[in-house]
Write a protein that binds this ligand. Structure first.
Ligand code: 13P
Ligand code: SF4
Length: 332
């Protein structure tokens, strides 16, 4: 990061990106934290990776890389830095550590969990494998490192069907175990002939959407385009115009420029995309992820100041849990 901009230049760029989100008085309240974070990033040779659900002050103010789970998993390779700060939930920080074992990975709030990752433990995977011997296990990245270590492949919502088909092909099998999200499993099953054996987990944000909400949106907002995340229940995805990962939704907007849209996902997405799409009216369907929202500018600043909390994983666990991730990255 030797070519990192000076703090004054970086701060001016953050201010410009946040101009449509903040009143000048609000900018004054966060400018000091943002300046300190830019300073610390240069001093520590650090990169801030932010998920699409982070708040605009983080997403537009201090992030070096933004994106969906897949983009964040891939991102760090491109940069020569010593420290990664993951502005996202805990499994994302663990994933960054698994793919960057020699770098220091900081998680600004260790309590930032995920209902999907919490829904399954290693013993459950062992029991599933005993029940379905010989079937490949595809684990969504929204799992702990201990669960990934027992899986054959990882996937994200951006590549689930591709990974399921590659897993079935490699194992010469017509079925795969896919965990832990039952809705992602059901939605992926619509895209492939491979039989999917699911686990019963669900995302506490996306499971709350129902098809009636989409019907009501179409009635109230004629001409609206509905984009749904595949962690939503199957009838919601079926009622949407398009389903995809958070990055795929952003790409849809870039390509199609709908006049009116509702993103059937965590509400941070609409906030972050609104400035880049003034041609589009965003109808907010606000389901918040309380875990994502635990990350704040103050906690990112403290993490960089103290170089903690740090993600620490046993080397044997890193070896075992990075294997399914690397297989996923090879599939694309
Ligand atoms: P993606 O950004 O990979 O679509 O995942 C959404 C999500 O819920 C992450 O926690
Ligand atoms: Fe987990 Fe859902 Fe929150 Fe993503 S939005 S971190 S899947 S609880």
């Amino acid at each position: 990061m030797n070519d990192a901009p000076t703090t004054a230049v970086a701060l001016a760029a953050s201010k410009a990106r946040l101009a449509s989100y903040l009143h000048p008085a609000e900018w004054a309240l966060i400018a000091e934290d943002i300046a300190a974070i830019h300073d610390l990033k240069r001093d520590r040779r650090a990169l801030v990776l932010a998920h699409n659900y982070q708040t605009p002050d983080i997403f537009h103010g201090v992030a070096d890389v933004v994106g969906d789970s897949l983009a964040l998993a891939r991102a760090a390779e491109r940069f020569s830095v010593d420290v990664l700060v993951v502005a996202g939930v805990h499994f994302m920080a663990e994933t960054a550590k698994l793919l960057n074992p020699d770098r220091r990975v900081l998680t600004p709030d260790q309590e930032a969990g995920c209902s999907l990752a919490a829904s399954i433990g290693p013993d459950d995977v062992v029991a599933l494998k005993a029940r379905y011997p010989g079937l490949p296990v595809v684990a969504y990245v929204n799992t702990s490192a201990a669960v990934k270590a027992l899986a054959d492949y990882c996937c994200t919502s951006a590549n689930a069907a591709r990974v399921v088909e590659a897993a079935a092909r490699d194992f010469g099998s017509e079925a795969v175990i896919m965990l832990p999200d039952r809705f992602l499993a059901a939605n992926t099953a619509r895209e492939t002939r491979i039989k999917i054996i699911p686990w019963a987990g669900a995302c506490e944000v996306h499971e709350r959407f129902g098809p009636a909400e989409l019907t009501e949106l179409r009635e109230r907002f004629p001409g609206i385009t509905l984009l749904a995340h595949p962690e939503c229940p199957e009838p919601v995805v079926a009622a949407a115009d398009f389903a995809g990962s958070t990055a795929a939704m952003a790409a849809f907007l870039d390509k199609h420029h709908p006049s009116r849209v509702a993103l059937i996902t965590e509400c941070g997405m609409s906030d972050n995309l609104a400035a880049a799409h003034p041609e589009t009216e965003f109808i907010r369907t606000c389901n918040l992820c309380p875990h994502m929202k635990r990350i704040t500018l103050g906690k990112i600043r403290r993490a960089l100041e103290t170089l903690s909390p740090e993600v620490k994983l046993d080397p044997a666990l890193i070896t075992a849990a990075s294997r399914p991730l690397q297989r996923m990255l090879a599939i694309g």
